[in-house]
Design a protein around this ligand. Structure first.
Ligand code: GEK
Length: 285
């Protein structure tokens, strides 16, 4: 199996660039805006739903997904690279020197790599947490190879039951949507409690619109986005089936409501691209 970094690079995601912030992040392939840029090597390309399946199984973060994950997320999540690129700029503004950062549902540790690429080794301590053993194993290997001088830890755990250490920044990038809705408020409350005064939570999610017509428009344009990134109608449809009752999106209003209920006095939407969004929630000083 290729090294995780090789597959990130093959997917057109160069973390050394993403990590260095907006000016460098502009050089990143911006998906449909740069169709001429090389796509990934065929061996790491997401082709999981490219053949007709008699029965589409529930989506899970297994070895097969891990092998093509950088390509999958780049071609499926509008704005993914831009969100990563901003994390280090947000950290530079909000993170006390040496503070602890959680990345919950870290997958292959992309947010950690983004931070390590932009910030010196003593600027922060990072803990990535993921439930998938395959993700955790590869993320560990990546950090050893790419940023051995930074304090990067990876834990295999369920973020709903973890004991949280005091932290200056908590990143929940496209993870809350995979928890049963009934478990979401309790987790956010625990994260609010774990944040130090002045700490921030970054919450990125796929969203749904309450208005049916708006929702249909956004979903159709999202499918256009996926087609433009090389997915066939069959792949789009089978992936949608696999994610049914696995990825359950909230509305943007519901997300802000959950943050308020958890105790955050202020939250704002800082990024939106079709039905994908990123919020920042502030804990009072
Ligand atoms: C990125 N943040 O690249 N506890 C821990 N991990 C979980 C749980 C749980 N209860 N449920 C799901 N996960 C990443 C992308 S992917 C999003 C996040 C996507 C993990 C799951 O194993 C997977 O790795 C991750 O959450 C969601 O910025 O693939 O759309």
């Amino acid at each position: 199996m290729p090294s995780p970094l090789a597959s990130f690079r093959a997917a057109g995601i160069c973390y050394k660039q993403v990590c260095s912030g907006v000016s460098r992040a502009r050089k990143l392939p911006s998906l449909i805006n740069n169709p001429g840029l090389p796509m990934s090597d065929a061996s790491y390309r997401d082709a999981i739903f490219s053949t007709p399946l008699d029965k589409v199984a529930r989506f899970s973060f297994d070895e097969q997904v891990v092998a093509c994950f950088p390509d999958m997320i780049r071609r499926s999540v509008p704005g993914y690279g831009q969100i990563l690129g901003m994390l280090s700029l947000i950290a530079q503004r909000h993170l006390r020197h040496g503070a602890h950062v959680y990345d919950l549902g870290c997958s292959l540790g992309a947010s950690g790599l983004a931070l390590a690429g932009a910030l010196p080794a003593d600027a922060f301590r990072y803990t990535g947490v993921d439930l998938s053993p395959a993700m955790v194993a590869r993320a560990k290997q990546t950090f050893l190879e790419e940023c051995p001088d930074h304090a990067m830890q990876i834990e295999e755990a369920d973020i709903r039951t973890l004991e949280y250490a005091p932290s200056g920044m908590i990143i929940l990038n496209f993870t809350l949507q995979f928890l049963p809705p009934a478990d979401r408020d309790a987790l956010l409350k625990r994260l609010y409690d774990a944040l130090e005064p002045g700490g921030v939570l970054i919450l990125s999610e796929k969203t749904i619109d309450a208005d049916e017509r708006d929702n249909a428009w956004r979903v159709e344009r999202y499918h256009d986005f996926k087609r433009a990134n090389g997915y066939s109608d069959m792949e789009i449809s089978q992936k949608r089936t696999a994610l049914e009752n696995v990825l359950i999106p909230d509305t943007l209003d519901a997300l802000h409501g959950r943050l308020a209920l958890a105790g955050f006095p202020r939250s704002m939407t800082w990024f939106q691209y079709l039905n994908f969004t990123s919020l920042i929630a502030f804990k009072e000083d």
